[in-house]
Design a protein around this ligand. Structure first.
Ligand code: SF4
Length: 333
């Protein structure tokens, strides 16, 4: 029997019968490619949309969020390794672990409706490796007139990006470091991620926010400045820089300090990205949404959902600054 190629992500694995791809989640079996753990929801909940993090996509609203198991990267610092990495005891079929009870996309959409959330988020692990299930769900969400949000490492294959683009209303993409960082710590590559960022940023119907978790001692000012330029050149408007906390295979390093984070926030802002935010941090001054033209504070904090919703209605009516009329990047109603 001939090999089949999986095109769910940039690895584009060629799989002989019986083989699984680099992610461990896609398998060639009985002359077809299947997703292991399909429909087995390993995490779900109702979150403020700000937790994804998304600050320019319906601020103050809730999102129903869920994950199946798996990832196509092997980040040594993964904050969600129990539901993403194949050495986890929760890996479907491992250690006699039978996995959770399957949930259908229809059931998930029902749960979203019950929760009163207008947004379904594909998050916690890496939705690229379970994108067949994500797309089935996203179609149903669209049919209900609701919105879809994907939180991803952005390592799409070109065909996967085209499949997903038309259905996802908002993306948060992790851009983790320079290419060396991707090779040394993630089992990935920078270029496919930047290509996806560029394509999504150019799509007028889609909201894009980027997140980078900074590891003090590994990320440098030079690296962050270069990343800021790469993102700015590709039209990124919103960048979240967040603090690292020791996790998984990187427990020997201390947490990133607030001081280092603030230095990097200033670097990012100086390069000209209009909205730069702090994450995993008490730097509350970097949590505000400010009009890039008149500098009026439009949303004082993204920690308090109700307040953010009220301020959005008042300060960004119709998506423009109530003070000067400047269009504010994002979707606010
Ligand atoms: S999702 Fe990516 S890593 Fe997994 S089999 Fe498909 S191409 Fe390979």
């Amino acid at each position: 029997m001939s090999s089949l190629q999986c095109d769910f992500c940039w690895h584009q694995c060629m799989l002989a019968e019986g083989k699984t791809g680099i992610c461990g989640m896609r398998k060639h079996t009985d002359d077809a490619l299947v997703t292991l753990g399909f429909g087995e929801v390993v995490a779900s909940g109702v979150d403020p949309i700000e937790k994804k993090p998304m600050y320019h996509f319906l601020p103050g609203r809730k999102t129903f969020s869920f994950a199946l198991f798996g990832c196509n990267y092997t980040c040594r610092f993964c904050q969600n390794h129990r539901i993403s990495q194949t050495d986890s005891p929760f890996w479907p079929g491992k250690n006699g672990h039978e996995g959770p009870v399957p949930v259908t996309p229809q059931e998930l959409v029902g749960m979203m409706e019950q929760s009163g959330s207008p947004i379904m988020s594909y998050t916690y692990s890496e939705p690229l490796v379970w994108q067949d299930y994500m797309l089935q769900t996203a179609h149903l969400v669209r049919d209900k007139g609701k919105l879809n949000c994907m939180v991803t490492n952005g390592s799409f294959s070109p065909s996967a990006l085209q499949r997903v683009l038309g259905l996802i209303d908002a993306f948060n993409i992790d851009v983790k470091g320079d290419d060396r960082f991707y090779r040394d710590y993630c089992g990935g590559a920078l270029l496919p991620v930047l290509d996806a960022v560029e394509t999504i940023a150019a799509n007028r119907d889609t909201i894009l926010e980027v997140t980078t978790m900074l590891i003090e001692g590994i990320h440098t000012e030079k690296m962050v400045k270069a990343m800021a330029r790469q993102l700015a050149d590709r039209g990124v408007q919103v960048w979240h820089l967040s603090r690292f906390f020791p996790q998984y295979r990187m427990t020997a390093l201390p947490p990133t300090s607030e001081g280092f984070l603030e230095e990097m926030l200033l670097v990012a802002e100086a390069v000209g990205i209009p909205h730069v935010y702090a994450g995993n941090s008490a730097l509350y001054a970097w949590e505000k949404t400010v009009c890039p033209a008149c500098h009026k504070t439009l949303i004082h904090s993204h920690s308090y959902a109700g307040e953010a919703f009220n301020e959005t209605q008042q300060n960004i009516p119709g998506g423009v600054c109530a003070s000067c009329g400047q269009r504010i990047y994002g979707r606010f109603s």
